[in-house]
Design a protein around this ligand. Structure first.
Ligand SMILES: [Mn+2]
Length: 241
């Protein structure tokens, strides 16, 4: 274990059948916690807040930031109206995590975006999101798998000229897939490093960042117990913390 404090951005879950129906609780899936622990880090959940001073104080304690999965990013954040198949959004969480990214970048912290976290990181840098798989200009493979989270269902390829090439032991492997939206236009300073066979962006990095800033569209935290490449990603992140 190191003493590196790794913040994982939280979300809300609403109490439905417990003591306080309708109450919001701050949470992340345990897989994020376990992944950080396995990689030698000390995980902390960063609860959603819209108080900027609190966000700055949160980030000031961190050695690394993981942006977790979750709701669709509000299309207004990338200049679009919501289309019919856009899923539920959480605008306060968007704002909160955009501030987290800004503060973390100013501190040159390593940043790892996962699924929604990748999409939000792209939006932060001026990129766009395709609001549903069916809106792509060609037919895509299935990216919203009904299978269990630990089952890799589609393959990906790593670009030899990307930072991912030195993170993974293989340039082709399989991943799980739980996204109905995909990266559209890539944001400024971002470089695609992992792609699915249909061309969908499954990973990118920020080449202009003075530090480690990478994002993946799959869920390595759900694969980390069984999947070497998932472990290698968290290990690379921790080495930069
Ligand atoms: Mn996918």
């Amino acid at each position: 274990m190191t003493n590196k404090l790794i913040g994982v951005s939280g979300s809300w879950i609403t109490d439905s059948d417990g003591m306080f129906p309708g109450y919001h609780r701050s949470y992340v899936n345990d897989d994020y916690i376990d992944s950080v622990v396995q990689a030698g880090g000390v995980p902390v959940i960063i609860p959603v807040t819209t108080d900027l001073a609190v966000i700055r104080a949160q980030v000031a304690h961190l050695d690394g930031l993981i942006l977790s999965g979750g709701q669709d990013v509000n299309p207004l954040e990338y200049g679009e109206q919501p289309r019919q198949k856009c899923g539920p959004t959480f605008p306060d969480r968007d704002w909160f995590e955009l501030q987290l990214i800004k503060e973390a970048e100013q501190r040159h912290l390593p940043i790892l975006g996962i699924c929604r976290g990748a999409q939000l990181l792209n939006v932060y840098h001026g990129g766009t999101i395709i609001q549903d798989l069916s809106y792509a200009d060609h037919e895509l493979i299935r990216h919203s798998q009904p299978d269990q989270p630990t089952l890799p269902t589609h393959s990906v390829r790593v670009s030899a000229d990307s930072p991912f090439a030195s993170i993974f032991d293989q340039n082709e492997f399989t991943v799980n897939s739980f996204h109905h939206q995909v990266i559209g236009e890539l944001g400024a300073d971002l470089q695609v490093g992992i792609t699915a066979p249909d061309g969908v962006v499954e990973g990118f990095s920020n080449f202009a960042y003075d530090g480690f800033e990478v994002a993946v569209q799959f869920h390595p935290e759900m694969l980390h117990r069984t999947h070497l490449q998932a472990q290698q990603l968290f290990k690379a992140f921790m080495e930069n913390a």
